[in-house]
Ligand binder design. Sequence first.
Ligand SMILES: [Zn+2]
Length: 465
Amino acid sequence: MRRILIFSWITIVAVFFFSTIPSRAEEGTTAKTAKHAKKASKKVNAKLKEKQKEKKKSGKKDSGKKKGSGKKKTKQETAAHKPVVTKAEEPEPAAVVTEIRHWSNPDYTRIAVTLDREARFEYHKIPATGDAGAPRVYIDITDARLDPGVKDHPIGDGLLKTARVAQYKADVVRVVLDLDSIKDYKIFTFSNPFRIIIDVKGDRKPEISAIKETIQEAPPMAEAAKVSAVEEKNLPAKKGKPGKIRRIVVDPGHGGHDPGAVGAGGTREKDVVLQIGLKLAQKLKEELGLDVVMTRSTDVFIELQERTAIANKVGADLFVSVHANASLNRNASGMETYYLNLAKTEKAAQLAAKENGTSLEKVSLLQAVLFDLMANYKLNDSAHLADEVQKAAYGKANGLFPMKNLGVKQGPFYVLVGATMPSILVEAAFLSNEREEERLKDARYQETVAEGIMAGIKGYISSLK
Ligand SMILES: [Zn+2]
């Protein structure tokens, strides 16, 4: 039996209806807490359901299958409209499934299926069927083939047993998730590389306490991150009293093949934010006596979801991502700090698209499901941390190099999705602005920004006491 969850339909429909970000975002601005956020989400969903009904009435029928994002029409669809092939077309090479990974979090498990290009997919849930066993979710990826190196992926974390993968048909790769428990699941995509992300929520089997071990099984993070990280094995798994800040993850944005923004003078975001991040890590250790784990301490590429996964894995109490801004308007300048939420302005949405390495359309899609992804996000604490950091970092920077205070803002940044601790993203200045590009290169400015972020974190910690 195939059960079609209305949610997925909504996700797809959302792409078409969520074309005006500011108007959607206004709904989110009333959501001050996660609880309210949930309500707002329901409201959005209810509206989308209405629109869906209208759409059905107007004659367009749901095919009964859920379809993922993808540019191409399937062969069947094309064939239906074009029975006679008039012109030989270059066949599109199949997308290749190159990797399956997972991250076990306290309340959900995330699976990422990576492909070498965007592909179309459908997904279905099969409920538990008596003796035939456990419930399953399966995903069929069309015009795809399986890299021979990709094998079934054991999970066993109490929510998922395994992720099985096979070349189901000549041009279809099927991924089957065998579930131990499921309350809800969400499927969405990330870009560059194209990934199908499945978040499964449920009640973890109480006897399974091997979550930490499972996390350790995840593919090793970049070497650099390991080197810079405090010896992870020696880290106590459990945090102390709530509110006590002991461990911070510092995340210099981009790296490796991803330069981030590039200034007119050739300055690369990945280089300047690494310098700021290294200086910040040192200060946090030396001056505040905190454990610091860096997502990267050299010029390596780390996927966005890996960054918060590192923070969750080491039981970090705070997560700070450091970036440099860019705008088509070369006059744009100043410092700003973000936390995760719906973008309130078109500018914030555009910045999120840039930092996410994706399109504005994809950001709209992410916004449609954001509240569901934010269940564990510390919204108020993150806003508070952002306030302290922006105030202190801007104050220090402005004292040495007078600049604009762009304040605290909200946006749907992939890198903050999935973080279970207060987490923010600092945009230290604009690389697209000639004067600020010079500053960002300047070791004194980097030092000042690091000093300021550290002071903000210090302020945040003192306010908890
Ligand atoms: Zn960036």
